[in-house]
Write a protein of this length. Structure first.
Length: 459
């Protein structure tokens, strides 16, 4: 037995034939697994965003400048993006129960070690390791959402799960700001880190692998939903099939990945730099800035729910129209955030709510579309690939954007973000009529036969 054998996918159990027992167990395990990955991902955010609220103290106490802070943000984003892709490949061939839980424990340890450090070298080391283990959080969730929830309900469930980003993002500003204010900036790392270790143990207890590992039929067979080929006995794909056949040769995935790059520049910039912007440019205290930025995440909760529901109900599973409308809202909200003068606390909060509402729509739907437009067994690889490209964008929101802000000020900061929004809309426009579905082919709206759709279908 190898050291990492526990990470291998759980073997399929003998299928239960009693329909009433199957129905009862499906209900129980769906709720248990969903709650486990929802709570687990909230705490992934605790250890991911803890540094944001130590940034003013690092500048004041250790003499760091914006470029130094941007460097740490970029190091994290690069390692996280690479890990998200690599972990997506291995996550498709692993047991999500342990993959997600162990990753959460390790990212908590990285936060604690970061808090114990004082040099830029060790900060970069532990924050890059944190980024690597953060990549263990998303692929298991994508795999579980694809295996436990069917096509005609997935947009809603995925939207609800996606609010975990916002719940974690809304709570960590308050927790970290309180810790930093009353106990020192290091406790903004210690406390979230310790909580993540505890939650990692809980995640291991709550999660399981696929329905088949528990003796249940596939979700398509149970709900009689989806292509009949997906109701057959599932087999593991080879690494070559996962990576090349269903991801790298899929042109839809490339379009989604490139648009994700620019969406994530915006999302990460607002997340990482808004506290400093409010403190430096608008005279907020750290606690007031933390309370204000929390509305960005609260808006994200409603945006995730609304975008999933709208794309399911109003556009019959087409994610493209919702992505375009929401991205336009992002551009308008960015302009408003820049133009509001100092002293308008409620208006700043409302604008950040609007920013969260609109940016979390495409943030959620692009990732879901990548999973749906690939093989079910390649969900982690597909979302990992677009996530890797997205976090190259997030890295751009670190050091490069920090240097731009030093040279051009906050005016340059907002101009770059507005341009990113325009580019993202341009990339997403060809996907307007594309309809996502769990088939291995690529179903489109019958009214349009575009070259992009043809290329994706053949790839």
């Amino acid at each position: 037995m190898g050291l990492f054998d526990f990470l291998r996918p759980a073997k399929a159990a003998v299928e239960i034939q009693d329909h009433n027992v199957v129905k009862k167990r499906y209900k129980y395990w769906r709720l248990r697994i969903f709650s486990g990955m929802f709570l687990g991902y909230i705490f992934y955010y605790f250890s991911r965003k803890s540094l944001t609220f130590a940034m003013p103290a690092l500048m004041q106490n250790l003499g760091f400048d914006k470029a130094d802070l941007g460097f740490l943000a970029s190091v994290f984003s690069i390692t996280y993006g690479i890990s998200k892709f690599v972990s997506g490949i291995f996550g498709d061939r692993s047991n999500p129960r342990y993959f997600m839980g162990v990753g959460l424990i390790l990212t908590g340890l990285c936060n604690i070690f970061f808090g114990l450090s004082s040099s830029i070298l060790f900060f970069a080391l532990f924050w890059s390791l944190n980024g690597w283990f953060q990549g263990w959080g998303w692929p298991p969730c994508a795999k579980l959402l694809l295996h436990w929830y069917s096509q005609n309900e997935r947009g809603t469930w995925w939207g609800v799960w996606n609010t975990s980003h916002s719940v974690g993002g809304a709570l960590i500003p308050l927790l970290a700001a309180l810790c930093a204010t009353y106990f020192g900036w290091r406790y903004a790392l210690y406390v979230p880190g310790g909580l993540c270790i505890l939650m990692g143990i809980i995640v291991i207890n709550r999660l399981r692998d696929t329905p088949q590992s528990l003796g249940l039929p596939s979700i398509e067979k149970f709900r009689n939903d989806g292509d009949s080929s997906l109701r057959k006995k599932e087999t593991e794909l080879s690494l070559k099939e996962l990576l090349f056949e269903y991801v790298l040769r899929n042109r839809y995935i490339w379009v989604l990945a490139l648009s994700y790059f620019f969406i994530y520049i915006i999302r990460t910039a607002v997340n990482d730099w808004s506290v400093l912007y409010l403190v430096e440019q608008k005279g907020y205290s750290l606690l007031a800035a933390g309370a204000t930025i929390s509305w960005f995440e609260v808006g994200g909760i409603f945006g995730s729910l609304a975008s999933g529901w709208i794309s399911d109900r109003l556009f019959q599973g087409r994610r493209g129209p919702v992505n375009l409308f929401f991205t336009l809202g992002v551009i308008l909200s960015l302009g408003a955030f820049w133009m509001v003068p100092q002293g308008w606390f409620l208006l700043d909060s409302a604008i950040l709510f609007s920013l969260g509402f609109t940016v979390f729509g495409p943030q959620m739907l692009i990732g879901m579309a990548a999973a749906e437009l690939s093989h079910k067994k390649a969900a982690g690889t597909a979302t990992g690939f677009v996530g890797w490209v997205a976090y190259l964008g997030a890295a751009t929101a670190g050091y490069p954007l920090g240097k731009i802000t030093e040279v051009w000020g906050w005016w340059g900061f907002f101009c770059i973000l507005g341009l990113c929004g325009v580019i993202a809309m341009t990339l997403l426009a060809p996907l307007w009529r594309v309809k996502t579905n769990p088939k291995l082919g690529f179903e489109r709206d019958e009214e349009e036969e575009g070259p992009l759709a043809e290329a994706a279908a053949s790839g």
